[in-house]
Design a protein. Structure first.
Length: 255
């Protein structure tokens, strides 16, 4: 008889322990528990230690940390009829756990679908040049539109970034040729501007020298000095007659 009573207490103790294990839950700081009692929403609980009524209370655990969602590559035709393939990344987090669980079946899948359709709609209204040069503006527009659509689900979309824009091979070759032509044009313009500036300075220098013959002679002598330092060789050069007048006059009128 005592053995039967002991065995009964033992079984009851095990059942109580199992119920306590099932009733006690620990919710981390970045988590929340959406609790349903007999199928009806009760409250959002956590973080910390919470106790559920076994077989009556059910909970759905929700993370509040920012989620990174990769949007699969989308085939898009831009407004100027260029086919491109674009993918993006969406950063979002749950700000209202109740709405994220009660109002939508799978908030991650729903957010991904909304991001894909919005990406196709907005980029389809943009031209290729805008898509390549104004990514920041397009990303902000994507973020605003997606955030407005996910707000009723208790989801806040913080950032949307366009990652890669894949162009057809023919378009890549055309853009490469265009870029090369643009580089050549700029090089020619810079060279022409340099020639123009150099010719302007030479004309100014010639004008200054033409007004003073002594300056021409000094420049001539300076050039000879520079040549003589370059190579040790014999150099034959003409001497301006004006340079010799002083010596000729000195010979004709000795003191």
């Amino acid at each position: 008889m005592e053995f039967v009573i002991f065995k009964t207490y033992y079984i009851i103790g095990i059942i109580v322990m199992l119920l306590l294990i099932k009733a006690i839950k620990i919710i981390r700081e970045y988590e929340r528990a959406v609790v349903f009692r007999l199928g009806k929403f009760q409250k959002v609980r956590g973080p910390g230690l919470i106790i559920l009524i076994p077989f009556i209370d059910k909970m759905v655990k929700v993370e509040l940390r920012t989620v990174t969602l990769d949007v699969p590559p989308q085939d898009i035709i831009t407004r100027d009829n260029v086919p491109v393939k674009v993918n993006a990344v969406v950063y979002f987090k749950i700000v209202n756990p109740e709405d994220a669980i009660v109002k939508i079946e799978n908030y991650k899948t729903a957010t991904s679908q909304i991001a894909q359709t919005t990406l196709r709609n907005i980029l389809g209204k943009s031209e290729l040049d805008e898509l390549l040069s104004q990514r920041e503006k397009i990303s902000q527009e994507l973020q605003q539109v997606i955030d407005e659509q996910t707000d009723p689900w208790g989801i806040k979309v913080s950032v949307v970034e366009v990652k890669d824009v894949e162009l057809p091979a023919t378009m890549q070759r055309a853009m490469a040729k265009q870029a090369e032509a643009e580089r050549e044009r700029r090089a020619k313009v810079i060279h022409a501007e340099g020639e123009f500036q150099a010719s302007s300075k030479l004309a100014e220098a010639a004008d200054v020298l033409s007004k003073n013959t002594a300056s021409i002679q000094l420049r001539f002598l300076q050039t000879l000095t520079e040549i003589s330092t370059e190579k040790n060789s014999t150099i034959v050069f003409p001497v301006p007659i004006n340079l010799m007048k002083a010596f000729l006059n000195k010979d004709e009128h000795p003191e």
